[in-house]
Design a protein around this ligand. Structure first.
Ligand code: GLN
Length: 488
């Protein structure tokens, strides 16, 4: 990504045109194309050149649009607000003209049958699809190593993971192989890879963005969110993503605001809480040091910074993995070898189900299905699923109480910077622990954003800004101010 003084283009156009256009943010690209629409072709050419150059190493994409076809649809969109600038889509979101594999062998040949509502909205706004991004199978994982097809690498260090499960989306944006991307965040999958790849990732309030066309993982937690090069782009995209949708019964958005408006108003009137529980011994020492600088930055910006407590944080991982796996075991029952998917060769109907599922799902997905089925089974339901629901309420109540006092909560997005490829694959529990600071937000249904928070040993780390329900504007304002002021 191009280094910038700040996130608005202030250099004369001449200089901008000298850099590769794929390095621009979405709003910079829009500014450029408003002035010189003819640059659209170069923008798309530059994106493909970067993809050709970096993809052999990064492996962020599972499928890429044909260049001429993309250029044709982009040109048709030139008079729309997003000017034909394409986006990259996590491969668990239905996108016409592309497969939707969910990173699974089971769906290796599955062609999308319609456009998800978010894709429709983006196309209506003038953004076609550049390609489909790699992910952990069915969005289950924190490293993108659970993809059946390939392991995406962190563009900052190719021996390390990009985070997950939207690792392809975040890596594509970080490597300037995309202008922006969409991910899904059930338990951190937008924020985690954004943090590890040094880009911005926003998980909106549960229900703000339609999930029609997103392959369901855990329906009480799933949200789609943007992964971008700066905070302004996240706000801009949310303007098109946050919409009420009759195709998603949990869709809550009504009269959504312009998220970019007033984004530069600063944080002087905000009280920002740092939760003690997010600074325990599992936190990397380097990130702890960075967090001191985050705090100083908010103080310098004039915010009132205080310590707070979210006492039930320690139960979040167990609670999340029981609830998410239980819901996944039900949602994934539809993949049976009869509909959608590849099927096993057999003449027996029972074997068709079991063999297809055995051949189609990878080990992590099977683990979740087993865990979820067990937690929901008669005799264990109260002890596991029932208890997890109770603990979910306590975690939500922690946040409700905190937001009675503070406007925003600031904490690390991940306990460590990007880890080595292979480091945690043999130890699922260790992998689950990567999610310790990001799953509480999903359990509470609230919004949160990861913003680049400097580097530890040359690897990016993310500051997570959390807000109460529908507090996206506050989060974006704080992120915008932070991004402009923070110095590593
Ligand atoms: N690490 C989380 C999990 O494996 C990520 C889930 C997600 O947000 N899609 O469940």
């Amino acid at each position: 990504m191009a280094k910038r003084e700040n996130n608005r283009i202030q250099t004369p156009l001449r200089e901008v045109v000298l850099i590769s256009l794929n390095e621009l943010t979405l709003h910079e690209s829009i500014d450029l194309l408003n002035k010189s629409p003819g640059e659209l072709e170069k923008l798309i050419k530059d994106l493909y050149a970067k993809i050709d150059d970096r993809e052999p190493d990064v492996q962020a994409y599972l499928e890429i649009a044909d260049r001429d076809e993309l250029l044709k649809s982009a040109r048709e969109f030139l008079d729309r607000p997003l000017k034909g600038i394409p986006g990259t889509i996590k491969d668990n979101i239905q996108t016409l003209g592309f497969k939707t594999t969910c990173g699974s062998k089971f769906l290796e040949d599955f062609n999308s049958v319609y456009d998800a509502t978010v894709i429709k909205s983006l196309k209506d706004a003038g953004s076609p699809v550049l390609g489909k991004a790699n992910l952990d199978e069915f969005a289950m994982g924190s490293s993108t190593e659970n993809s059946y097809f390939q392991t995406t690498r962190n563009p900052h260090d190719l021996s390390r993971v990009p985070g997950g499960s939207s690792g392809g989306s975040a890596a594509a944006v970080a490597a300037d192989e995309a202008i922006y991307a969409l991910g899904s965040d059930t338990g951190g999958s937008v924020r985690h890879p954004a943090a590890l790849c040094g880009v911005v990732g926003l998980k909106p309030t549960y229900g703000l963005v339609s999930r029609y066309g997103l392959t369901a993982f855990a329906s009480s937690l799933d949200q789609i969110g943007p992964i971008t090069k700066d905070v302004y782009d996240a706000a801009l995209l949310l303007n098109y993503l946050a919409r009420q949708d009759e195709m998603d019964s949990t869709s809550a958005a009504e009269n959504t605001p312009d998220y970019t408006r007033g984004i530069d108003r600063g944080v002087e009137e905000f009280k920002v809480g740092f939760p003690n529980e997010y600074f325990g011994e599992e936190l990397d020492a380097g990130i702890r040091e960075q967090a001191k600088k985050w705090r100083k930055t908010f103080e310098k910006l004039g915010a009132d910074v205080v310590d707070i407590s979210l006492p039930h944080t320690e139960y979040a991982i167990a609670t999340y993995y029981i609830i998410a796996s239980s819901e996944a075991s039900a949602n994934l029952a539809r993949f049976d070898g009869v509909r959608y998917t590849s099927r096993a060769e057999t003449n027996s109907i029972e074997e068709l189900f079991s063999l297809s599922r055995d051949e189609g799902f990878g080990p992590e997905v099977k683990r979740r299905i087993l865990l979820g089925t067990y937690a929901l089974s008669a005799g264990y339901y109260d002890e596991y699923y029932g208890k997890a629901q109770k603990s979910r309420r306590l975690i939500k109540r922690d946040f409700d109480r905190a937001f009675d006092d503070v406007d925003l909560i600031a904490a690390p997005a991940s306990p460590t910077p990007a880890f080595e490829i292979g480091e945690k694959v043999e130890d699922p529990l260790e992998m689950y622990l990567s999610d310790i600071f990001i799953v509480p937000v999903n359990l509470a249904g609230i919004p949160a954003m990861s913003v680049p928070g400097g580097e530890v040993d040359d690897l990016p780390v993310g500051l997570q800004i959390m807000g109460g329900s529908l507090a996206e504007k506050k989060i974006l304002r704080a992120g915008y101010a932070f991004e402009k002021t923070f110095e590593n």
